[in-house]
Design a protein around this ligand. Structure first.
Ligand SMILES: [Zn+2]
Length: 287
């Protein structure tokens, strides 16, 4: 083949490769939504002081955010040990909150839905260390755990009346983990794509996350900074032990509303049944 012809085919091949890339763009970031089993059959007043009625079914939301610089897990659900015996790990709360877990809810089984193993997670960010959010941090010994300094203190040495939602076994291995303790906000990758924002009130060291996606835009993951959409819309907060400081809880609501309104952000709540039912679940994703 003459060299001019060869050049032509080399250019053609390069162009075709480029076109195929353009034809099937893969977004740089994706967000996957999961639930760690479910809760149900408990008084709505647990989520909203003075509320009447019963929460019949509630998700226990957690998320995986895929970023070119590493996979992030936000919240970790209920400890997988509750699958075999919920009451043994959660005590009376297992019945009280109607905890339901099956073997398909185990963290390795959930991550397998999106082709990941626990060792593929680089950062584990927890909204706080309550039993339904920090339950599985011990399954990620090689990840960096990102938590507010205040939350570690609140969990390890809880104030009187606030120990009920913390299970020491959930975070017993934390001393062997690489823990990034925050005193405020963090732009995780330095590109604004995943922000961790301090928002005390539910607990002393609560935080929420904001992921920015190429197509969907900003998505706020509240953890328990807000339990239900109605709480945020009507400015309703829980009572003790669902709130550790009501004034801070209201300020944190304000901060979430500000981001929602300025960025036209979508909100995924910690335990809202209706919003969750309208959400795409893994292996589907938001990009
Ligand atoms: Zn909580």
């Amino acid at each position: 083949m003459k060299s001019s012809k060869l050049k032509f085919w080399k250019h053609w091949a390069a162009g075709a490769a480029m076109c195929s890339l353009l034809a099937a763009p893969v977004a740089a970031q994706q967000l996957y939504v999961f639930t760690s089993g479910s809760l149900g059959g408990f008084a709505k007043a647990a989520f909203q002081a003075g509320a009447q009625g019963t929460i019949e079914w509630s998700p226990v939301s957690f998320y995986v955010y895929k970023h070119p610089k590493g996979n992030v897990m936000f919240d970790t659900g209920n400890n997988d040990k509750t699958i075999a015996d919920a009451a043994a790990w959660w005590g009376p709360l297992a019945k009280g909150f109607g905890l339901k877990m099956t073997k398909d809810d185990a963290i390795p089984a959930q991550l397998a839905k999106i082709g990941l193993k626990t060792s593929d997670i680089k950062y584990v960010v927890v909204g706080h260390l309550h039993l339904d959010h920090g339950g599985n941090i011990g399954q990620f010994p090689n990840a960096t755990l990102i938590v507010q300094d205040q939350e570690v203190q609140a969990a390890v040495t809880p104030d009187i009346g606030f120990s009920v939602y913390y299970i020491p076994g959930d975070f017993a291995d934390m001393k062997n983990q690489n823990v990034l303790k925050l005193n405020g906000d963090l732009d995780l990758f330095g590109d604004g794509s995943f922000r961790v924002i301090s928002a005390p009130g539910h607990t002393k060291g609560s935080q929420f996350a904001v992921a920015r996606l190429p197509k969907t835009g900003s998505v706020i993951m509240t953890s328990d900074v807000v339990y239900l959409k109605e709480n945020l819309d009507k400015n309703l907060i829980p009572g003790i032990p669902g709130v550790s400081n009501p004034i801070d809880a209201y300020k944190s609501y304000q901060r979430i509303r500000h981001i929602r309104d300025t960025e036209n952000a979508k909100i995924f709540y910690g335990h809202d049944p209706e919003i969750f039912k309208a959400t795409k679940l893994a292996p589907e994703f938001y990009d």
